[in-house]
Design a protein around this ligand. Structure first.
Ligand code: FAD
Length: 479
């Protein structure tokens, strides 16, 4: 039988998946105590480092997360990377369950020639740079290298990249974009941005809101899309595709004759190689694409239509390219020791639809196929790197409900095979952290960093000026 002590949950990652799961578990299991581990000294994951600075309303979820963090049953342990700073197995004795909510911190590569040329960036790096992610603080993309930019991929992240490149810096000054990014954008020579996709407009992944924002940018015109890519009669299209067609065929508010910059959506193109030029070896000068076409059995206006290569190619000049073909989750060291599988191909921790970690097959020792006791996942590491904060919330709630149900039904949890967890949580792990010379950041510490960032922002007339490296963040705490 279980001892009478609180349910102890460790959450790895402080993005929306981690916070929404914490919220719901604490609501459903009255005595649940949650410790949230975060690799950076600052919380909120992609809400801070992904969401575009000119979308401040999207960040309102932080208010909910603050409320969660104010509970006496919640602890934030920032600046501790589980798997690197501290071994994952060292958590095991002290918790009843571990939730993996560590998101997707890699990006997919195209695996084509020239991907490492100067001027070719991942959207993840660029987004991280303008949002102050320490990993990319020094990226300083070469926005002065030329006028023509190509973004490869047609999801919302691709449109974020295009919009930030085309928005006048004055419109960004009051946002929390870093000053360093503002200075670089102010010197940018970028005049035209092509956003390129393998399929057609009816299959593009971006949403209407993002397309409309680009259409409404002052002084930025949109080059019309080939009308044959839209059906002659749009009344039969599903609602979303119909509205999108209307937005794309209506075009931009600014006209080409007066606009100083432009963008377009180029369809049915698959990138083949990034090329330099003899006069500028090592730096991007053009991109070759293979033209694609819809397969004979595909309806070009169907969301799931497939394309195939035509063997024909086309080349666009470009001094800058951003590949925006998706983020990717990776395994963290120590998963295998806890019998937690990782599916490298899918980039997820295998799970049942409720977020219970599932072993797809029997393995060495006592490993059997089925749920791994006490192990759960949520968010992008659970279902792959797609979906907005609202869908991440739904998904986190499903995981939390599974945890609460399993705990109430007394299914096996971590350490149920021996005398059970120590139930000490962070108090049990702390010594390990101390031994390794770590400097854990508490919620109170984060509030001090938050305050300092807001003060720095205030001084330059913006909401916040982020610290872009970890030592600057920690300096606030030690001064
Ligand atoms: P994340 O938000 O990535 O959080 C994971 C956290 O885990 C991070 O804080 C990371 O530092 C931490 N971590 C990683 N490894 C470890 C480790 N080993 N130990 C401890 N901690 C670790 N959604 C919207 O609704 N609106 C938008 O406008 C919007 N814009 C977006 C723009 C971009 C560029 C991107 C990429 C996404 C955007 N999204 C937007 C989607 C939204 O950000 C995601 O749905 C959501 O953040 C996924 O949540 P998550 O918790 O799974 O992952």
């Amino acid at each position: 039988a279980r001892t009478k002590r609180p349910f102890r949950l460790a959450i790895i990652g402080s993005g929306p998946a981690g916070f929404y799961t914490a919220y719901r578990v604490m609501q459903k299991v009255q005595d649940a105590v949650v410790d949230m581990y975060e690799h950076l000294p600052v919380p909120y994951g992609l809400v801070r480092f992904g969401v575009a600075p000119d979308h401040p309303e999207v960040k309102n979820c932080q208010e909910k997360f603050e409320e969660v963090a104010s509970s006496p049953r919640f602890k934030f342990i920032g600046n501790v990377d589980v798997g690197h700073d501290i071994p994952l197995p060292s958590l095991k004795p002290h918790y009843d369950a571990i939730l993996f909510a560590y998101g997707a911190s890699k990006d997919k590569k195209l695996k084509i020639p020239g991907e490492d040329l100067e001027g070719v960036y991942s959207a993840r790096a660029f987004v991280g740079w303008y949002n102050g992610l320490p990993e990319y603080a020094n990226l300083d993309p070469l926005l002065g290298a030329g006028e023509e930019v190509v973004v490869i991929g047609q999801g919302n992240v691709a449109l974020d990249v295009a919009r930030i490149l085309l928005t006048g810096v004055d419109a960004l000054r009051k946002t929390d974009i870093t000053e360093r990014a503002l200075e670089t954008l102010a010197r940018s020579k970028v005049k035209s941005v092509k956003v390129v996709g393998r399929r057609g407009p009816m299959q593009a992944a971006f949403t209407i809101k993002e397309a409309r924002e680009l259409m409404n940018l002052p002084s930025v015109s949109f080059e019309a899309t080939d009308s044959s890519l839209f059906p002659a009669d749009i009344t039969k299209l599903p609602r979303v595709q119909k509205r999108l067609t209307q937005v794309l065929t209506k075009g931009s508010a600014a006209s080409a004759s007066t606009a100083s910059k432009s963008w377009d959506l180029s369809f049915l193109l698959s990138p083949k190689s990034f090329n330099d030029s003899p006069s500028n070896l090592g730096s991007l000068s053009s991109i070759e694409f293979e033209k694609t076409e819809f397969t004979p059995d595909s309806d070009p206006f169907d969301r799931n239509a497939k394309v195939t290569s035509t063997g024909r190619t086309t080349t666009f000049p470009a001094s800058l390219a951003f590949r925006s073909v998706g983020y990717k989750s990776s395994s963290i060291p120590g998963l295998a020791e806890l019998d937690v599988p990782f599916d490298e191909r899918m980039g997820i921790i295998p799970n049942d639809p409720y977020g219970r970690v599932m072993n797809p097959q029997s393995g060495p020792g006592a490993l059997t196929a089925g749920p791994v006791p006490g192990m759960y996942c949520a968010g992008w590491v659970k279902r792959g790197p797609t979906g907005v904060i609202a869908s991440t919330m739904d998904d986190a709630f499903a995981s939390a409900d599974a945890i609460a149900r399993d705990w109430k039904q007394q299914v096996p949890f971590l350490n149920s095979d021996n005398s059970g967890s120590t139930g000490m949580g962070w108090d049990g792990v702390k010594e390990e952290a101390k031994k390794r010379g770590l400097r854990p950041v508490s919620w109170e510490d984060w509030k001090m960093i938050d305050k300092a960032e807001k003060e720095r922002g205030n001084a330059v007339g913006k909401e916040r000026e982020k610290f872009t490296n970890v030592s600057e963040m920690l300096k606030v705490l030690d001064s």
